[in-house]
Design a protein around this ligand. Sequence first.
Ligand code: RIB
Length: 322
Amino acid sequence: MGVLCNVVDKKSYIVVQFVNKGHKGGATMKVLNFGSLNLDYTYSVEHIVREGETISSNGMAMNLGGKGFNQSVAMSRAGIPVYHAGLVGEEGLVFFDACETYGIKTDYIKTVTGRCGHTIIQVDSSGQNCIVLFGGANQKNSKEYVDEVLSHFEAGDIIVLQNEINELPYIIDRAFSIGMTIVLNPSPLDDKIDECDLGKVSVFILNETEGEQLTGENTPSGIIQSMQANYSNAKIVLTLGKSGSIYHHGDEELYQPAFEVKAVDTTAAGDTFTGFFIAGLLKKMPMRDVLLMATKASALAVQKNGAAQSVPFMSEVELFEG
Ligand code: RIB
């Protein structure tokens, strides 16, 4: 692990004081996840198809996913009540039923004309995947819709965002002006992120590839240093796949190794980590326990097929010993 970065493990438990800019007094803060909802068409293949190649798949399934939806499922399963906002197309009614099953509030999910966001996912025999994304309804957000959703939230509430929907810069600006705390998983990272005012983000959760794209640095320590220099007040979580994850905020830096498990499908493992991490943060758990819980949850997720359906229950996470 030490080859990857210089990590200071303070071993002491520090209770997270979540930045609460609000005026909520004793009132309960609300959590809004404004994010994508995708129908995932997943094909099992021996290997990921190469350029010019045609291969047969060993099986196919239609699963419910989208980074936004998966993260809402993870937060909900980790015990955090969550409102999901986002758009589905004409074939997206299935998401309303699923939200009910997963305990996600659907007040702000809207149906629009046209197709749902969807993906074509190949999962190879070692559980690794590649994804082609079609934005569909996820790219039809309007400023009016954003304003309508955000009018139900106030200072001190939390907003969780990814980069699979349009109007992300506007959502960040509006949420910040309300005084909401912004948690951003800038995934999948593309040029659109450059339009966002990332100085308004309180918590970043990103992987090594995204970290490199965002900072130009190609080592974990370089990425962390650059993120810290640019966003000095933000909490930063850098996930490193099989090499674990790093948490950094101010003078505190923690490293959490990953668990060695046999992966059957890595889809939504990152979303599971993100959802459980946010849940631990909001519950004000000691940061070392937050990282451990999120790591256990994602280790369980890779052992199941599919996206949202692979997110474990809290009871499974509590029993998991690696
Ligand atoms: O992170 C996994 C998710 O990415 C999948 O569910 C797919 O919909 C894509 O958005």
